[in-house]
Every structure is written in structure tokens, then in C-alpha cells.
Design a binder for this molecule. Sequence first.
Ligand code: ADP
Ligand code: MG
Length: 802
Amino acid sequence: MHAAEKKVRAFVRVKPTAHFAQDVIKFGPDNKSIDIYIKKDAKKGIVNNKQTDWSFRLDGVLHNTSQELTYETVAKKLVSEALTGYNGTIMCYGQTGAGKTYTMTGATAEYKHRGIIPRAVQQVFKAIACSVDSFITVRISYLEIYNETLCDLLSTTTSSGASDVQMAVVDCPQGVYVKGLSIHPVSDEEDALNLLFEGETNRVIAEHSLNKNSSRSHCIFTIYIESRVRVLSDIRCIHSKINLIDLAGSEKLSKTGSEGRVLKEAAYINKSLSFLEQIIIALADPKREHIPFRQSKLTHVLKDALGGKCNTVLVANICGEALHVEETLSSLRFATRMKWITTEPVVNVTYDSEGTVKTLEKEISLLKQELAMHDSLVNRSLVTYGPLTDVQVAEIKSQIHKYLQGTIDEIDIMNFRQVQEAFRQFKLIVRQQEGEVETRLRSKYVLIDKNDFAAIAAAQKLGIVDVDHHLLKRRDVETRPTPVSPKPDEKKKKFRTSSEQFKKEGTKSFFSGRDLAAHLPSKSQVIIPTKNLNVKEKARNEDTAKKDAQPSKPVSEEISQRPSSPPLRAVAFEQFKEECGSEINRIFKENKSILLARRKRSSTVARRINIIKQEMEDIKKALEAQRQERSQQGEYVDEKGRLIIDEKEFLLIMKLKDLKEEYRCSYAELQDLKAEIQYCQHLVDRCRNKLISEFEIWYSESFLIPKYVQNALKPSGNIRPGMIPINRVMCLEEDEQERFERMQEEMLPSGPDSFSFYKAKMKTDQKHTYNRAMSSLKLMHKKPGHITAAGKDRALPFLHVT
Ligand code: ADP
Ligand code: MG
């Protein structure tokens, strides 16, 4: 949990004095700044003459401030944050006698004058008294650092410095701690204060026995707070510590004029404080990577307590007398530097894994007992609940395989671990199968990206996919051999068997078509049989490609299944004519060829009649001319009064007679042919209808009508697939060639000149039909998935029954 970036807070506390240097020390109106003025001539040699005025801006100037207000300003917030998990450090810095001890510990004789430590202890215990849902423990330690030696002020055994030798500052991932320092749990405020006073007393005793000066040592009073909250089975643990530090006097060595032991002390003090200052400068520099905490005991112990993840407050204690202005300046500089340090306090939270484990272990043993009891009640004695062994896993695996093969019908359920392992095994098998299916598909098909329009267009051109990218031709369907003319009564049976076989094969496959699609690597891909590889390339040579798409291979052993989308009717129709509809198609073709032959004959006869007619006209004209010539020349009549004609005229008359006879015969033949043609036409139409309706049924059953609908259709018999409105227009119209022949046969008797006329008409009609077909095609594209009930007049231009 990261809090916002913070700065170290620094305050200055001015010790009240009768000789306060009003001219030297001046406070800002907001009580946050302090200015120092030094006269140039005053204290020559000591004061740096180069600068005479200084201004320091801090977080607050505590001037004539009570202990209570000092605590509220300096410590209250820090202590309350420590109760929520943030570490906190308060340090008092300044020359000896400036009031550091007074600020930190206070006058122990009087409650009113108690310092930060007793007030902090009080705040902590008050907060504990208020909290209900957490279990909070407080512990205390009191450490003194004297001449780089660590002293435990609360060590019960210590009356001399003997035991202090073993103490050491130790770095560990959780932070820095002092090995050997006693940490005392306290149950209430009084307990804690007792330890504080005991420490103070020990300090004084040590001072006497070692002949040391308390102002030469650093004292660190630490309050450790730990609160545990149980969140479900986890135990959330928040812990923090408050370091309350009374530093040694910061006064300069030269000023004291010390010698010997005192000089040595001063050297240590100055050293550790100057290291502290170095640390603070280093901490304030964001580019500094290494902070030399270990240079002195003090800085090493304060590693966690300075900056970083901790709330830090400094109190610079100063004397108000002009005499101490140099020390005052030095303390204010130190305080200002402290303010440069940026901190990022974080909550110290851990989850007590040990406690959690203990709780869970207890729960598990309880549940095991419960299970054992349950098992004995239902006579299950051999069940184990531990993790599965390799042998057990292998056993489950073989069971699953047997189950899938059908060798066993059930899998015995023993316990949950076994059920989970069984599912895991199923998952493995499914994954494996998926891989195999994909490999098989890839060996057979080529995948085209749905966004690759060029490839799709090429595939459409080849008739491999339709406009909706549905696969049209499958090898297994195309390559089924054409049945050899079955007997008429077998026809229907054969027909059914074929489509049923088709469906059966579909169910035999491991996945249904839809499943298969779902298992493909990408749904935006279209499958193309591998046979039509390099679609783009082949599209360039359409003829070759078309030849390629034609059936060529013998029966394929590959699994056939109903495609997810029906093939184009035109393609299916071709297939139908070669397979189930071959017989009817043969009859249809036979009838049609008879019809065509009759029409041809009829046309020949008609042409001949026309020629005869013309010849007869010519002869009639010639005879007329003969007759006129004869009457002009005078007619010869025989004894019986019969008109005598010459041989030429006679021949003409005979020819005319023959022609008449021929005309009569031809005419009679033409009439017969007409009747025959009419009959044949009827047969052809019927065959065509039959072919189309049979195809419709086959197409619907094979591709469109769901199986359950087919089942509904079968038994009752009232609903026959044939009754489903079939597009009647679907090539019921005769094709252009037929129409032309019919027209020829009908119209030619009215004269050979009509030929060009009708040929032109036929061309126009062809064009019209083409346009109609194109618009129908567009309509179909708009409405994909049309089946049966659609408009009667909609032409299906792809289906040519010729
Ligand atoms: P330090 O610990 O910095 O050497 P002390 O805390 O011992 O100085 O203070 C020296 C004397 O000054 C003590 O007698 C203390 O009671 C007194 N003193 C310090 N600061 C104050 C203050 N703010 N108000 C009243 N007395 C003070
Ligand atoms: Mg002191």
C-alpha cells in the first residue's frame, strides 16, 4: 500500500531564556520561518563574516510552546499513523542543554512537563482501548549508543557494560534490528512508563559508573506495535515501530576545549553526527544509489527510521541566547537539510503464514476425522484421500481409455482427486484428438484466409466455394460411382439408401460438421480441398481448373459428412443426374432425342411440302400457258370430242398429278409428325418435371431438411416432400434450342423467308432470358439460404435440364 510522497518534517524548538537575543533571532509571522542576524563586528573570528543574515523556513517554530502543544504539532499524527502500520521516527537534534531530553522525555517529575515519549505511549494505549476487532501488542526497547557502543538501557542483567559487547546491528530483509537488544512486551501505559523510567535510571547509573556524560550519548526509545486481524483463514498482521531519538549534543569540539576521554567522546559524537548529516544529504539526493548507513552505529541503527518508507520528524532544539548563535545556525542548517529528504511511507503488512498453517492443519485434521466417520458409516473402508500416486494416475488413464473404447461402461468413482484426474485425462485426450483432426484436415484441405478476397474470388470462380464461402464440392461425394441403371422399382430404394448412407457416414465421423468448424484453427478461414491447391494460379487457366474440379478419382475412403452449408443447386444437380437420378435422366434424354428426331423430320417434311407446293404452282403456270397457246392456235378434238393435248402438256399434267399425290402424302406425314411431336413433347415435359421434383426431394433430404423433420415426414404419408412448393420455373421452360426447333416446325410452313425473322427473335429472347437470369441471380445473392417456398417465377439459371 503506497502513500503519497512525503517530505521529512522539521521543526525548531526554542528553549525559553531570560536573555533571548531579540536582535539576533527573529520569527516569521506565520511561525514557520526563523531569521538570524549577526553584527559584523560581533565575535570576530568565530562568525563567518561573509554572510550575516540567514533565513530558514521550516514546518513550524515552537517558541514558548507547551509540552502538550509541542506533542500535538510534532508527534500526534505520526503516532496515529504508526497505529495503522507506518513506521515513524522523531529525532531531537541540538547542542547540549538546548532541551532535547526535555522535549523527548520531559521532566519526569511533573506530569504536565512530560515529553513526547510518555505522551506517545499514552496515545498508543488509548487507541488500543478503543479498537475492538484487532489484537494489538505493544513492546518496548531502549537503546543507548555511547562511543560507538550499543547499550541496552532495559537489560535486566546489565549493571556494567559487560553484556553490551554481544549486541550488534543486523541487516535482514525485514529491516534492521539490534541483535541482543531486549524488547519488552507491555500490557498498559503504566508498564511502558515503568520501562522508560527504568531506562532513564539506568542511564544515570551508567553515567556514574562509567563516568560518562549523558549528553554525549544517543538514546533511542522504540515502541513496537503489532496488530493482528483475522480475515477468513488468513491472519493479517500489521506492524510498525516508533523510534523516539534523543541525540547527543551537537556542539563543536573546539568550543568545549575538552581533553582526553572527553575529547574522545566528542570525537565520536561529532563523527556519528557528521555521518548522520552525510546520510541525510545522501538521502536528499535522488541520484544517490548507495547510502552509507553502516558508517556509524547510529546511522546503521536508523537505516529503517530515516526517510524511505518511514514518517520522519526532526526537532531542532536551539537556545535563544546570542552566545549560542553559531550552534543555533548549525542546528537550523541540519533541520533544513532534513527537509530535503523525500519519504514514501508504506504500511507494513504481512500474513502470518505460521498462524494460517496452524489453523488450516487443525481444520484438515477435523475434516479427516469427519471423513473417516462418514466412510465407516457407509462401509467404505479402503478409501484414501492423499495425493494420487503415479500408479493410481496410470490406472485412471487406462480406465478412461477403456471407457472411451467401450470396453467398460462405467468409471468407478472413489474420491474427488480421482474425479479430477479423470477429467484431466479427458482433457488430454480431447487435445490430442483436436490435433489429429487438424492435421488430417490440413493434409486434405488448404485454408484460405476469409479476408483474402482474391483467393476467395478465384475459389468461387472454380465453384469450390459459394458467395457465403461455403464449401461446395467434397471429394468423397463427387467421387461416388454412378449407379448402373437400377430397375425402376428399385429406383426409390436406391435413392434412399444413397442419402441414408451419406448421413450414416456423417455420424460415423468423430466430430459433426459444426464441431469440426469449431475446432478449426481460425473461423475466418475457408477450407478448400487440397486438390484445388494454388487456387489463384489455377484461376488463370480456368479450363484446366474446371477439368480438375470434375470427378476423376475412384471411391474415396475418407469420411463423408453432411456439409454445414448446402452446395449450389447447380452443382448438386449435376451430381444428382449422375447418381440417384441417372435412370430418370436417361429416360428423359431418350424421350428428348425422339422428340428432336421427330421435329427434325417434321421440319424436313414441311420444307419438302413447300418445295412441292412451289413446283405445283410452276406447273400450273406452265399448263395455263399451254392452254392459252392451244386456244389461240385452235384446239384439236378427237372423234369422241375429247381434247387432244400435246405430249409436253401431258407430261406437265402427269407431273402435277404426281406432285399432288406427293403433297398429300407429305401433308399427311406432317400431320402425323405433329401429333407425334405433341405426344413426345408431353413425355419430355413429364420427365423433366419428374427429374426436377426427384432432385428437389433428394437435395432437401441430403442438405436442407433436418433429420427430425424428415422423420416427421416419413410415417404419416400426408406430407410428402414433393408437396413442398418447388420452384416450378426451375428450367421447366424449354431451352432456347428446343424453342427454336419448335418455332421452325410451326412457322416454316408459312414460308422459308420466316427463317431469318425467327432466328433474330430467338436471339432477342435469349438475351432477355439471360437478363432475367442475372437479376434472379442478384436476388438470390440478397437472400441466401432460400429453399422451397420462394417466388414461382424466379428462374434458377444454373439448372439446365437439356
Ligand atoms: P539537552 O538534553 O538538550 O542537553 P535538556 O533537555 O537537558 O537539554 O535541558 C536542559 C535544561 O533546560 C533542563 O533543565 C530542562 O528542564 C530545561 N529546558 C529545556 N527546554 C525547556 C523548555 N522548553 N521549557 C522549560 N525548560 C526547558
Ligand atoms: Mg539531554
